[in-house]
Design a protein around this ligand. Structure first.
Ligand SMILES: Cc1cc2nc3c(=O)[nH]c(=O)nc-3n(C[C@H](O)[C@H](O)[C@H](O)COP(=O)(O)OP(=O)(O)OC[C@H]3O[C@@H](n4cnc5c(N)ncnc54)[C@H](O)[C@@H]3O)c2cc1C
Ligand SMILES: O=C([O-])CC(=O)C(=O)O
Length: 322
């Protein structure tokens, strides 16, 4: 969408082995709470988050909000002891960030410190469908296709934007990219209106428009997409100890996804050449636990890199004409 908006004269196609509802992004809770990536300067991560928050906040305030699955949600991040960093880098981007009062903390007898704030949540499958609809309305073609090697695209396309997520491990042989397996439960519990996240990052309760996401797990280097029943039981128990009313939750569905993790998102332009032919490539993958929190900011940066590729193509075609 960012590329289509920035370069309306380009003809665009989306190729994917799987579309919604069968991607990693469909499994995500879609909460806008950033994780810190060690390999990217904090001011850059803050900029990506701010751009994403501003973009989604505008959608949440529009008549499209319900179809797009975007809504504001208030709640608490609670800690068993006071964290070293009391003010995370994103505290002035979310709304109304403050330390929890003693009265609020009484709801969480095992926790001693907490942060209250309002953020945004994407209900992932509706949000992805809404974006597909917007792409199609702009004339973008969508093809279900597995790409074995980016080079196979060079006769059809001038520029390829690689947003393959964990698929980039195989597609471009990126050894720095690794899966962090996450299992979640999506349950019916419409009385749960506030989010709760344990500051250790393992247990969370995220109410969406139609279901509540209960998490989670972080299993580094595990490629298994099979749900594990004992893990589901453990997740449910941990969430019930934070929010006992969840004992009455119904219609429990289990989902597993592989977070595409890396020290930093790979946002990079490359020129691939073979036998005199060239393919311009822009990478935009490796968002780990923050694909939703950062997506619009990183997509805008990827679109800028596409702009540089277009300028390079125009430059080489005008040289060829001389
Ligand atoms: C349990 C869990 C909870 C999460 N919760 C949150 C959250 O609350 N907030 C947040 O910000 N993030 C969250 N995340 C992280 C988030 O899900 C990811 O960062 C994000 O989904 C990555 O998006 P992506 O588009 O890069 O990858 P994907 O969604 O995996 O999309 C990649 C696309 O590329 C296609 N593809 C891959 N390889 C090929 C190929 N060779 N040929 C053709 N197509 C290919 C795939 O089919 C797919 O369509 C969570 C993740 C998990 C697992
Ligand atoms: O940690 C969270 O709050 C949710 C998340 O992003 C994940 O599970 O990857």
């Amino acid at each position: 969408l960012c590329v289509a908006d920035a370069f309306p004269a380009c003809s665009l196609a989306v190729l994917a082995e799987r579309f919604t509802p069968s991607t990693t992004s469909d499994v995500a809770a879609g909460m806008l709470i950033p994780h810190t990536a060690p390999g990217t300067p904090i001011h850059v991560q803050k900029q990506w988050f701010k751009e994403t928050f501003t973009h989604l906040f505008a959608i949440s305030n529009s008549a499209e909000a319900s179809e797009a699955g975007i809504h504001l949600v208030s709640g608490w991040q609670v800690f068993k002891s006071t964290p070293g960093e009391e003010l995370p880098f994103w505290s002035d981007v979310v709304l109304g960030f403050r330390t929890m009062s003693e009265a609020e903390l009484q709801k969480f007898p095992q926790h001693r410190y907490g942060q209250a704030f309002t953020t945004l949540k994407c209900d992932c499958p509706p949000y992805l469908l809404w974006m597909e609809k917007r792409l199609k309305a702009k004339g973008v073609q969508m093809y279900t296709r597995k790409v074995a090697n980016l080079w196979e695209l060079h006769s059809e396309y001038d520029i390829v934007v690689n947003c393959a997520g964990i698929g980039a491990h195989q597609l471009v042989g990126d050894q720095q990219l690794f899966p962090v397996r996450g299992q979640v439960l999506k349950v019916h519990a419409p009385w749960v209106k506030n989010f709760v996240r344990d500051g250790d990052g393992l247990t969370y309760i995220y109410p969406g428009i139609s279901r509540v996401t209960l998490g989670g797990t972080r299993e580094k280097e595990s490629w298994s997409l099979s749900p594990d029943p004992s893990t589901s039981k453990d997740i449910f128990g941990r969430c019930c100890s934070l929010e006992p009313s969840l004992q009455a939750a119904q219609d429990v569905k289990v989902q597993v996804g592989l977070r595409p993790s890396r020290a930093s998102v790979r946002l990079q332009r490359e020129v691939w050449s073979q036998g005199g032919a060239k393919l311009l490539v822009v990478h935009n993958y490796g968002h780990g636990s923050g694909g939703f929190s950062m997506h619009w900011g990183t997509a805008k940066e990827a679109a800028q890199l596409v702009g540089e590729c277009i300028a390079a193509l125009q430059d080489s075609s005008s040289r060829a004409k001389l």
